[in-house]
Design a protein around this ligand. Structure first.
Ligand code: FAD
Length: 569
């Protein structure tokens, strides 16, 4: 390491009086860093480079531009180069790619993509925010005309033009994550017939499979042809412009256009070539001030590895919120202020044809992968507002928490209304290292059309408390096929007749007080109802009469979701 790398950014040994801050990438992380830095330091020279034609555009709006929900491309431009110049005295060079960093000399190489001219630019401080590139697997046909990934405005413009010019009627979306599902929704909105090919057996990999069972059902009911558990093998061009997506299992899906949405990879090329430290997850390693292994260089956004606040492990998380916050932290750090990035917890939401899917923190799969064993989970399905007020829509909610402390580890929710509000509340509680007891006590706004006196968030906390303190021991859904316990469904006979867990006996809660003696005392009783509430009442009753009841959390509604993804027999 040269002496230069040991100098602190605040020192002036390399600098002229006016600090020169160069920023590579002018969208979420880079633009927020530039704007914040100007608010803190009027004297710095701030220059932003982006190889694209725009800075500060709304990547998150791109699927809706394809869907023509956002019809005016101009709406995607949050701040123009001119505004950066006039309002913030930030110089922006668009269509200019930074191709190399010379750390010893403190320079970058910039190439004007319009003229081909190359120049060196000196920096005192360098900020990298180049984002993450869509993964294009090295498979035959991925570069054929009509195969697109969505990253920038020009991509979206090309997709729009392709749909119109070719009169596209059929699309295949490869990848069922956030961007894939948003593209499905928007292509359906444009009246295309859509097939979704996903290598996993579920959509929305950040959530647990049973939580997305209603989403998959809804996609199919909306006409989307789901091909799950099947990867992309190749894309072929047949019959003129017509494309055929061939899956690993040999399925052939005809398409007029194909969207590749199989994930993104941090754009670490520049950093790697400059010898900056890259982590095991493939992102640039930064400290809590977003500084890289070179004290003159900061990095933010999709390109960095950051700490997952729940597992304590490093992760990459390509989301706009963290990128913006990191840009701000980097600016504060560059300006010499005490600051730190707290880490991420993966709070995210996506709309899917009228449904909302949201999550924060760890999912059960993730906890198991990380080797965490001391956790428990509850399911609930409350209305998004008071049931007596017309129009209540169920929210399917899963809460994960540590045992015995009750620290909130994560939550997932799916429904039509009020979903993201509940996840945002729980996300905030996670930020403050809250417990399920905090959720039970949280005071939230209530009027009949907005919530309930016991909000779904309170209910989740209360149910988890009941599980933790032994008032309502939980049965393990995963043991349903092997348990020796007697399964008792406490719904009314007509509900039971309409569908129940195989092997259940029916003893309605309404008859429990005079029929409970029919139940055996020498076996555990696994109690179930529609969503868990009546089973809880039965559990409390039976426990006080010397029985050994456990609650099948979430009841028959959860059973159906688990069954749909083959997690129970
Ligand atoms: P980016 O915003 O990607 O900006 C990086 C910029 O750097 C690009 O303009 C790139 O051209 C430029 N660049 C790269 N290398 C160089 C170089 N060598 N020289 C010059 N310029 C360079 N997140 C959410 O939280 N919610 C959403 O709903 C959501 N929807 C999304 C939808 C789509 C279609 C996409 C693509 C992303 C979405 N995201 C969403 C993710 C979010 O946009 C990113 O997490 C965020 O933009 C990352 O910010 P960034 O600054 O790291 O990178």
């Amino acid at each position: 390491m040269s002496n230069d790398m040991h100098r602190q950014p605040g020192d002036q040994t390399r600098t002229s009086a006016r600090r020169r801050v160069l920023i590579v990438g002018g969208v979420a992380g880079g633009a927020s860093c530039a704007a914040r830095l100007r608010r803190l330091d009027e004297s710095a020279e701030i220059v932003v480079f982006d190889r694209g034609p725009y800075v500060s555009f709304a990547n998150c709006g791109l699927p809706y531009y394809v869907g023509n929900i956002i019809a005016d491309e101009g709406k995607l431009l949050v701040v123009s180069s001119e505004t950066f110049r006039d309002r913030f005295k930030v110089i922006v060079h668009t269509d200019t790619e930074v191709t190399a960093i010379d750390r010893a000399a403190g320079t970058i190489t910039a190439r004007d993509l319009r003229t081909g001219s190359v120049r060196q630019e000196r920096y005192d401080v360098l900020v990298l925010s180049p984002g993450a590139a869509p993964i294009r697997p090295p498979l035959p046909g991925v570069d054929l005309p009509g195969v697109f990934a969505v990253r920038g405005i020009p991509d979206s413009r090309r997709i729009r033009a392709w749909i119109v010019d070719r009169g596209a009627k059929k699309a295949v979306v490869v990848g069922g994550g956030f961007i894939g599902l948003e593209m499905v929704e928007n292509l359906i909105h444009r009246q295309l017939s859509v097939a979704l090919l996903e290598k996993l057996t579920q959509v929305m990999p950040p959530l647990d499979p049973e939580m997305v069972a209603p989403v998959m059902e809804h996609l199919e009911a909306s006409g989307v042809r789901l091909h799950l558990g099947d990867g992309l093998a190749r894309i072929e061009q047949r019959h003129g412009d017509g494309l055929v997506v061939v899956s690993e299992s040999g399925a052939e899906l005809a398409a007029d256009l194909v969207i590749l949405a199989i994930g993104v990879r941090p754009e670490t090329g520049l950093a790697q070539e400059a010898g900056l430290r890259i982590g095991a997850r493939g992102g640039i390693v930064v400290d809590a001030q977003m500084r890289t292994s070179d004290p003159h260089i900061w990095a933010v956004g999709d390109v960095v590895e950051v700490e997952d606040v729940l597992t304590g492990q490093e992760t990459v998380l390509p989301l706009a919120g963290p990128a913006n916050r990191q840009g701000r932290v980097a600016a504060e750090s560059i300006a010499g202020r005490a600051t730190r990035f707290r880490g991420v917890q993966a709070t995210a939401v996506v709309g899917v044809l009228g449904m909302t899917v949201a999550s924060t923190g760890a999912c059960e799969k993730g906890l198991r992968r990380a080797g965490v064993a001391n956790f428990e989970k509850v399911y609930l399905h409350p209305g998004h507002h008071a049931d007596y007020y017309p129009g209540a829509q169920p929210i399917h909610l899963k809460l994960l928490f540590s045992v015995p402390e009750g620290r909130i580890l994560g939550a997932q929710a799916v429904g039509r209304e009020g979903v993201e509000k509940r996840i945002d509340v729980i996300a905030t509680a996670i930020q403050f290292k809250g417990t399920v007891h905090d959720l039970a006590e949280t005071e939230l706004c209530y009027a009949p059309q907005f919530g309930a006196a016991k909000d779904p968030v309170n209910l989740a906390g209360m149910i988890a408390e009941n599980a933790l303190n032994g008032d309502m021991p939980l049965a393990d859904w995963a043991q349903l096929g092997s348990t020796q316990a007697l399964l008792v469904d406490v719904r009314e006979p007509e509900e039971f007749a309409a569908g129940h867990i195989p092997g259940c006996v029916n003893l309605p809660l309404s008859q429990m007080r005079h029929r409970y003696v029919e139940l055996p005392k020498d076996r555990e009783l696994w109690v179930c109802c529609g969503v868990g509430q009546r089973a809880y009442y039965a559990t409390r009753f039976l426990a006080q009469y010397g029985y050994r009841p456990r609650n099948l959390s979430g009841g028959y509604t959860t059973y159906q979701a688990l069954k749909a993804v083959a997690m129970v027999p």
